[in-house]
Design a protein around this ligand. Structure first.
Ligand code: ZN
Length: 221
């Protein structure tokens, strides 16, 4: 749980729905904030001024879509790690509601982000779209610096989000709890299969040597 992010969500909730002291933001207020219609048909953006409540995030932006009857407002909260949390709203004439199938809950959803398997790799703590993006980056050898855990037993890779505590992760494939901390460096994609082959050859050679030694012992010199 990220307290800075949670505080920002609470701030946005008060802004949109109001509290004891002041009413919530109306569509008219939003239009004034973004400068509609003077600044064009949109989408138009407004960045909230930094306040104490928003000190724990990089920023909060409101995007207004004047021409979309189903979606008029996207709230974007960017956390300190640069991840963007988007929430969707439409104005029903009185207040903001969440369009069907969209995400509008004003709290961090980290706790529902589970484990996603894409191809041979696992992604932990990412929204699905981000996991797919990262997987593509890994596949192309471009996701340099991405952190992952490597299972030395079954070679599974678990890429994890900054919010995840990697020391608490077990291998999703074999359950091994002793995983190696790795940073994706692109080259590993090309190197790993060769290294695996070399390891295998070394192990095979060792096995042959043991067998030879055994035979020598059994059969004599
Ligand atoms: Zn494993």
């Amino acid at each position: 749980m990220d307290p800075g992010l949670e505080a920002a969500f609470r701030y946005v909730e008060r802004l949109l729905y109001g509290d004891m002291e002041r009413p919530g933001l109306t569509l008219y207020d939003l239009e004034r904030l973004v400068g509609y219609p003077a600044r064009g048909d949109g989408p138009l953006a407004y960045t909230l001024p930094r306040t104490q409540s928003l000190a724990g995030v990089q920023g909060v932006r409101l995007y207004y879509y004047p021409k979309d009857p189903l979606l008029q407002l996207i709230v974007e909260i960017e956390d300190l790690e640069g991840r963007k949390h988007l929430r969707h709203f439409r104005w029903n004439g009185f207040s903001w509601e969440v369009p069907e199938g969209k995400r509008g809950e004003l709290k961090s959803t980290e706790e529902v982000l589970g484990l996603i398997q894409v191809g041979e790799d696992y992604f932990l703590g990412f929204p699905r779209e981000e996991a797919l993006e990262l997987e593509e980056g890994v596949r192309k050898g471009e996701a340099l610096g991405a952190k992952y855990l490597l299972c030395p037993r079954c070679a599974a890779r678990v890429f994890y989000a900054p919010s995840v505590r990697p020391s608490e992760v077990a291998c999703p494939r074999c359950g091994n709890t002793t995983l190696l901390f790795k940073t994706f460096s692109g080259l590993e994609v090309a190197k790993d299969p060769l290294e695996a082959l070399a390891d295998e050859q070394r192990a095979l050679r060792r096995l042959l040597e043991e067998l030879l030694a055994y035979l020598k012992r059994k059969l004599g010199p």
